[in-house]
Design a protein around this ligand. Structure first.
Ligand SMILES: Nc1ncnc2c1ncn2[C@@H]1O[C@H](COP(=O)(O)OP(=O)(O)O)[C@@H](O)[C@H]1O
Ligand SMILES: [Mg+2]
Length: 339
């Protein structure tokens, strides 16, 4: 059996359906009461009440069950599962992720909340990892409120860096990557694997260049806590997937994160994809065979670090703490690719 067949047979697709349009829709009880056409419907036990669906929009007020009123400002992003809105409450700024109930399993929502609550208890939020505020559900959606983290995300940031739209030194890039590695090391120290490390899930504050890790929607505990990591669960984006994840043989969930982090570092430094393939099947084949762009930054220490993070065997990959130590000891005064 070829590596490719192995990959396709061993891989199980996440059990979440995605409906990108539905996640904008919420049921608004006030709108129902005020709707004239509904008052024409005679009340009675046999008549079902119609619900009216409205879009979230700028200026709309969402009230959580705790009574907190959030005034929606604007949409700030959307991912595979949710749409994220910037909102204000009592002069504070928040992000509200709205996920359509139809698009994900309730357990997935509670899993993300549990991880975020654990991190909040561990005082990990507000520094390098997003901070949980509150959450609730209604008939149509799940709502998850966290602190608002200024962007753009690292994907757009990298584009700005490599098209020279912003001026940033190699040393400043090293500092950003070091802080991201420290956030991952912190998660791992709490027994949490992120499992969706990619530039789209890292916000970069343009005024400070401080990175913050977001989207713990696929994260899991390597211990017995809920949600517990499962060895044969294939989650995350294929571009950032370690070889062992593609064949459903994960023993070390942290090593999977390190591979993804290695791809993130590669893209940030080189300004191009690690693997160029026409479609997902080719991509999987290339990851498994190691057919990828040469790691050549012009800086020996950095090349060694990237090679260690992107080792095909998880046993040969370095840990998050080792990535932090390596980056701390490096000098990027000469990284030709970033000059
Ligand atoms: N706390 C936040 N502050 C600011 N922007 C955010 C925040 N959370 C998410 N976003 C933006 O919304 C996008 C989607 O959010 P994410 O949590 O990644 O959703 P999904 O689980 O659907 O991938 C992110 O890429 C980011 O640009
Ligand atoms: Mg995301």
């Amino acid at each position: 059996m070829s590596d490719n067949n192995l990959a396709l047979e061993g891989a199980s697709v996440p059990a979440f359906n995605i409906n990108k349009n539905l996640d904008k829709i919420i049921k608004d009880k006030n709108e129902i009461t005020n709707n004239n056409s509904l008052s024409e419907v005679p009340a009675g036990p046999t008549i079902k009440r119609r619900t009216k669906k409205v879009l979230l929009y700028n200026g709309k007020i969402l009230t959580s069950p705790s009574g907190t009123e959030y005034t929606i400002d604007k949409k700030v992003g959307s991912g595979q599962y949710g749409t994220v809105w910037k909102a204000y409450s009592n002069d504070q700024v928040f992000a509200i992720k709205v996920i359509a109930r139809k698009s994900v399993d309730a357990l997935k929502f509670y899993a993300e909340i549990n991880i975020l609550k654990t991190l909040k208890t561990a005082s990990a939020c507000n520094n390098r990892i997003l901070c949980y505020q509150e959450s609730w559900t209604d008939d149509n959606n799940y709502y998850l409120v966290s602190n608002f983290i200024p962007g753009p995300n690292l994907f757009y940031f990298n584009q700005m860096v490599h098209t020279q739209k912003i001026k940033i030194s190699a040393e400043q890039i090293r500092q950003i990557l070091l802080k991201i590695a420290a956030a991952v090391a912190y998660l791992h120290a709490q027994g949490i694997a992120h499992r969706d490390i990619k530039p789209e899930n890292i916000q970069i504050d343009m005024s400070t260049f401080n990175p913050t890790l977001i989207d713990l929607g696929l994260s899991c505990f390597t211990t017995t806590k809920f949600p517990r990591c499962k060895p044969n669960e294939r989650v995350g984006s294929p571009v950032f997937s370690a070889p062992e994840l593609l064949i459903g043989r994960v023993d070390d969930f942290f090593a999977v994160d390190i591979y993804a982090l290695g791809v993130v570092f590669f893209e940030s430094v080189m300004g191009k994809n690690l693997i160029n393939s026409k479609n997902e099947q080719e991509l999987i084949k290339d990851i498994l065979s190691g057919n990828r762009t040469k790691i050549d930054t012009g800086n020996m220490q950095l090349d060694v670090l990237l090679t260690q993070m992107l080792a095909k065997s998880p046993l040969q990959r370095i840990t998050a703490d080792e990535v932090v130590n390596s980056l701390e000891s490096q000098s990027w005064s000469t990284v030709p690719i970033l000059q």
